[in-house]
Design a protein around this ligand. Structure first.
Ligand code: DX5
Ligand code: ZN
Length: 220
């Protein structure tokens, strides 16, 4: 399991996104939180920003769609050049069709679960996904407190993934910092989203290095 860090630009300066992308050259991905004011009570950015960001950075974009109608919109994020497109299980009406469409357009397909959504009902979908995202805060805002209550689900998800060949990445998102990342890594997560912990730091590059080292320590 290789540790990957995906800084969330939700905590970056939206007026300087190209510079903010360039400020994290050691990031594996750039996490892009798309919020529509319907699925979550917040509004952020959409396709035009993703298209512009794609041209402004070589770091692959990890698009997390917190939107009400992902079946309609997700394929367009793959077409816009996102390396990974994650839809919420709670919002998708035809998740299998949408996940397959994302993959057919050349992106990795992700399925996200809110803190209170159980993972077991989605076991049969593991073959359709490249990444499972377990929210460790209620989606909608950066800077929230990490929900320890999700950790047993991270463990169970890692077991399920192991039973299905271990190919699926397991991402955690929300409240991940140097104080919580080790617990996530121990529980089996391998892709870590961090907004405030990276962009709120005075040295984002060092913050990513510290997060990566802590996650590696926890699993070695
Ligand atoms: C929350 C978003 C997260 C958020 C994480 O709904 O999905 O990606 O940016 O921010 P922090 O790391 O500050 O909790
Ligand atoms: Zn996110």
């Amino acid at each position: 399991m290789a540790v990957q860090i995906s800084p969330s630009i939700l905590a970056a300066d939206f007026a300087r996104l190209a510079d903010e992308a360039a400020a994290v050259p050691n990031a594996d991905w750039l996490h892009v939180d798309v919020m529509d004011y319907h699925f979550v009570p917040n509004l952020t950015l959409g396709l035009p920003v993703v298209e512009a960001l794609r041209k402004a950075t070589d770091t692959p974009l990890d698009c997390h769609l917190m939107i009400a109608d992902p079946d309609r919109w997700a394929p367009q994020y793959a077409e816009a050049g996102a390396g990974s497109v994650t839809i919420h299980a709670e919002a998708a009406k035809a998740p299998i069709r949408t996940l397959r469409e994302i993959r057919s357009l050349g992106a990795r397909a992700g399925l996200a679960l809110n803190p209170a959504t159980p993972v077991e009902p989605y076991e049969d979908l593991l073959g359709e996904v490249d990444m499972l995202l377990l929210m460790t805060v209620e989606p909608g805002f950066g800077g929230q407190k990490f929900l320890d209550v999700v950790l047993p689900k991270v463990r169970r998800a890692r077991e399920l993934i192991g039973r299905h060949g271990g190919r699926v990445w397991l991402q955690v998102d929300g409240g991940v910092d140097t104080g919580t990342i080790e617990r996530c890594a121990e529980a089996g997560a391998d892709v870590f989203v961090a907004g405030s912990a990276v962009y709120g730091a005075s040295d984002p590059v060092a913050a990513i290095d510290e997060l990566r080292a802590a996650a590696n320590r926890a699993t070695s």
